[in-house]
Design a protein. Sequence first.
Length: 284
Amino acid sequence: MSATLSPAAESASPQVNALPAKSSSFYTAMRLLPPDRRAAMYAVYAFCRAVDDVADDGGPAPVRAAELDRWRAEIDALYAGRPTPRVQDLVVPIRRYGLLREDFQAVIDGMAMDAFEDIIAPDEATLDLYCDRVASAVGRLSVRIFGLSEQEGIALAHHEGRALQLTNILRDIDEDAARNRLYLPREKLAAIGLTAPTPQAAIDHPRIGEVCIAVAGEAEAHYAKTWDIIAKCPRKVTKAPRLMAAAYRLYLDAVLTRGWAKPRARVKPGKLALLGVVLRHGIV
């Protein structure tokens, strides 16, 4: 499971200069930003994408551990005024927008949760920590670039990050199981009689839909909080988070409409629906 803003990269050891796929909702959302803020977001995106690649495709565990440690050290050096070439693109965004070292480190810590052992049925607290690190920490970096106030921005990052990541988890249950990963929470699985299941056994269970619907309910609550916060903020600084929330909500609605009986087709919102999101939220 990749971070919300960092799909798999093409290179095993990318520099912090990669751009998102032009077909992604993230790319579309970032195109709405002024050039300096857009460049800052691309730099953050590339960092997330690079460390995500380490977690998912970085080779044996000792190699991944060493590479994530190098990223941690390079972030520390960056904040100490000694940026290495692959984090050079972050220098200006950090200075201009007040991005915090602990949020970059939290993203690395989230990738480490995936890197060294497969996540299988985490308890609720661990799942929430994972969502915070791989999604809400990215949000905390992003809202500063977008220009939201501190209080509203942090609250938005908290709720929107969790909404998007829970949507990812529900969308990707079959793909994750194929990689021996299961992000559905232990307590909800136990409620349908599953204790210590394998990922495949869990998603094949005839009552797995009950678990997924319960997780979807939590995602819906986070979406509701997201929109409550957005409504309190100036519209010009919420273009990107509005578009992301609306686009990802289409995925959540699609999996709920599809249901959980096998075979489960992978969902993808229609182009017209996505175009509607862009037209509605891409214009101030």
